[in-house]
Design a protein around this ligand. Structure first.
Ligand SMILES: Cc1cc2nc3c(=O)[nH]c(=O)nc-3n(C[C@H](O)[C@H](O)[C@H](O)COP(=O)(O)OP(=O)(O)OC[C@H]3O[C@@H](n4cnc5c(N)ncnc54)[C@H](O)[C@@H]3O)c2cc1C
Length: 313
């Protein structure tokens, strides 16, 4: 069996590693010639860690991340509203929740997919995908596949090639900000603060690092903000939380020169909003099932090139 995975992100690489472990021939094409990711972090709840474990990658992720003890919710002034301890679902071997920087997680996936023997080609995409499994690549090459996995992100080109009329994702009306700062001693939970206009939070990523997040509703025509003003805008958004942690004023630490490292972006998790981590785990979890059930199905979007009536899931 020969499989083409279009997209070398979390979903595509999870699929490629799982398929290779079953002896399937896998080609991966990734459009970004640098094959890099942006530099903030990601939260891995228990089911994401379990999926990584199936791929043989959980130990590395936990070693390079930060074991979180659960979530805490506060008013904007820092008064505790409630705690949600992370349930110990994975036994003694793994923490119930892990925070990790995206570059570290990406490197773990990249090393594993390279070691798996998958053929990886960068700066390349599929220009056409036929129902017989024939694929034309953007460099003029072509291939024949039993299965094509469209793991090319929320604006999937594979989806538009296979389902030309498929609706495009729509802006949910909310954006999320991220910024990495040093982790203060004692921050061992995902801490959220509910403000008048949005929610702020801290997420530990390593013993040294955490990120600040801020979620807010922004009209579509105001989402693109001048890069040189991002740090200033972010500081203003965070001003209402200044009393939140008296032991740690990190909410105010966004430096004036930090615009190049700040991100404000529309929610890219499909129809999901950034109030709880769930996108990534829903990308890796199906891979675990794929392996366990020895089935090549249940990716979104996943295209069975040689499909039967029910073949597109
Ligand atoms: C700001 C933010 C914070 C998030 N935080 C969390 C979190 O804490 N926990 C969590 O579980 N989830 C989180 N998510 C969701 C998570 O990042 C996504 O669910 C996950 O990245 C989806 O993986 P994917 O492989 O489907 O897509 P992507 O990660 O988008 O990867 C797609 C890959 O395909 C490549 N590609 C694109 N177009 C083409 C093409 N035409 N041809 C070839 N390759 C192509 C891209 O370069 C990329 O490498 C967050 C998302 C965002 C935006």
């Amino acid at each position: 069996m020969r499989v083409l995975v279009v997209g070398g992100g979390i979903g595509g690489l999870s699929a490629a590693i799982a398929l290779r472990s079953r002896g399937v021939d896998v080609d991966v094409v990734e459009i970004n010639p640098k094959w890099d990711v942006y530099g903030v972090g990601i939260i891995q709840p228990a089911n994401a860690i379990r999926a990584l474990d199936e791929l043989g990658l959980a130990e590395q992720a936990v070693e390079q991340g930060f074991a979180m003890k659960g979530s805490r919710f506060h008013t904007k002034d820092g008064h505790l509203l409630g705690e949600v301890p992370a349930l110990d679902l994975l036994g003694p071997k793994y923490p119930p929740m892990n925070g990790i920087t995206r570059p570290k997680l990406h490197a773990i996936f990249q090393d594993a997919v390279k070691a798996s023997g998958a053929d990886i080609r960068l700066g390349l995409t599929a220009d056409s995908v036929g129902e017989d499994g024939s694929v034309a690549f953007s460099d003029g090459g072509s291939g024949e596949y039993d299965l094509v996995v469209g793991a090319d992100g929320i604006h999937s080109k594979v989806r538009s090639l296979v389902f030309p009329g498929a609706p495009e994702p729509e802006y949910t009306g909310q954006i999320v900000w991220r910024y990495n700062v040093p982790r203060p001693d004692g921050l061992e939970t995902l801490d959220m603060f509910v403000g008048a206009n949005g929610k702020a939070g801290f997420v530990p990523l390593s013993p040294e690092l955490m990120y600040i997040l801020y979620i807010e509703a922004v009209p579509a025509d105001e989402v693109k903000m001048p890069p040189e003003q991002l740090a200033d805008i972010f500081r203003k958004r965070l001003a209402e939380f200044s009393a939140a942690r008296t032991d740690c004023n990190d909410l105010q630490r966004v430096p004036a020169s930090g615009a190049d490292r700040l991100m404000a972006q529309p929610d890219q998790e499909g129809a999901m909003r950034h109030h709880h981590p769930r996108g990534y785990r829903s990308r890796s979890e199906p891979c675990r099932k794929q392996r366990a059930e020895a089935r090549l199905a249940r990716y979104t979007p996943l295209v069975l090139a040689r499909q039967d009536e029910q073949g597109v899931t």
